[in-house]
Write a protein that binds this ligand. Sequence first.
Ligand SMILES: [Zn+2]
Length: 102
Amino acid sequence: MQTCAQKHCRSRTIKARGLCNTCYAYALKHDQLDEYERKQWDRSELVAAYRQLRSEGKTPVAAAMTLGVDVRAVYSAVGRQRRFERQGFTKYVAPTIDDDEA
Ligand SMILES: [Zn+2]
């Protein structure tokens, strides 16, 4: 079973880039995500990163800019991700913050 890419962390709840929620949030905040290989910029990861930035107080536009994507693309991804999660197909533990309405 895959564990977190951080050597000191043995968490098995992988969020993205081989990192668990905690280590992913830390790497994102400290601009270290580039150190961990991204398999694919998929919807789940985009939305997870967006939700993390929003939970840290960034505006939707600022969060989208940080991620390098258009805010409308993020809104679309959030909407698709929400429908995906509603079906019970969650791949990771999603942050419990309010999403922006698309
Ligand atoms: Zn970890």
